[in-house]
Write a protein that binds this ligand. Structure first.
Ligand SMILES: [Zn+2]
Length: 252
């Protein structure tokens, strides 16, 4: 009888195989590479569509309402960013939101940057073009007090609990403003574009780089047409996207 048919031979080999498995298994388990505990975390961007609900913002000559333009743009940005960044909108539909709750959302979510969007035109005399605002205690000489309720000047004599929160981020907020403006200008032609410092309430309590983006002025007839053109809005979204990518490359 061949040795491999001998029951005693088979039994002895089975025992040896089992012992081998017991000895090898712990080694095999230990050799398996550990999975990373956390996937690479996405940067968080909070987008704030200006106005909402009974606060309609500015009204264009053709009755385009600012609160709708800002929400449309914010939704397009959220779609554009969804695969790359964690995106949160301060409002997702047409309802009122006060200014502190907008900034609080960014702080609560520990956002890496905060962008408030407006398209109003009441902030400057003869307003037109694109303006990016960063927080500055004293306004630039070009600015005057205005009536836009979502962008009131901070009352200098009224010490708020949020005073000085944004000040340490002023340099990075300016870098963010420049990155955005450079890239938006590559995509869309505005007659004028500039960066200004202003004591805006919506920015003063933000504990991260933060800007207010005045993306054209619907009170201006030409710009009202521009801001209701979906292809122009898509170009603006691409410019903002590129500007944010540049910003994170610079400050990481
Ligand atoms: Zn506005």
């Amino acid at each position: 009888m061949p040795a491999c048919y001998n029951p005693f031979f088979i039994k002895r080999h089975c025992v040896l195989i089992i012992i081998g498995i017991i000895l090898i298994c712990p080694v095999t388990l230990q050799a398996t590479p550990e999975k990373p505990i956390l996937a690479k975390q996405k940067k968080t961007i909070v987008i704030d569509p200006g106005h909402g609900g009974h606060d309609e913002g500015a009204l264009g000559p053709e009755e385009t309402v600012e609160k709708n333009v800002t929400l449309d743009l914010a939704r397009m940005l959220a779609t554009e960013f969804e695969n790359t960044y964690r995106v949160i909108l301060t409002r997702t539909d047409d309802y009122f939101l006060n200014i502190p709750s907008r900034t609080s959302t960014a702080n609560h979510e520990k956002a890496d940057l905060f962008i408030s969007i407006h398209a109003g035109g009441s902030f400057l005399h003869q307003a037109s073009g694109i303006t990016l605002y960063f927080f500055k205690e004293i306004a630039e000489p070009a600015l005057t007090p205005h009536t836009d309720p979502s962008k009131p000047f901070k009352r200098i004599n009224n010490l708020s609990a949020w005073s000085n929160i944004q000040n340490p981020h002023q340099t990075t907020s300016k870098i963010l403003a420049k990155s955005l403006l450079n890239r938006i200008n590559e995509q869309t032609i505005f007659k004028k574009s500039e960066i200004l410092g202003a004591p805006l309430m919506v920015l003063e309590g933000a504990d991260m780089p933060a800007v207010c983006l005045e993306i054209g002025y619907i009170t201006h007839p030409d710009e009202e047409k521009t801001l209701t053109d979906i292809s122009v809005l898509s170009n603006i979204v691409q410019g903002i996207r590129n500007g944010i990518d540049d910003f994170f490359e610079k400050v990481r």
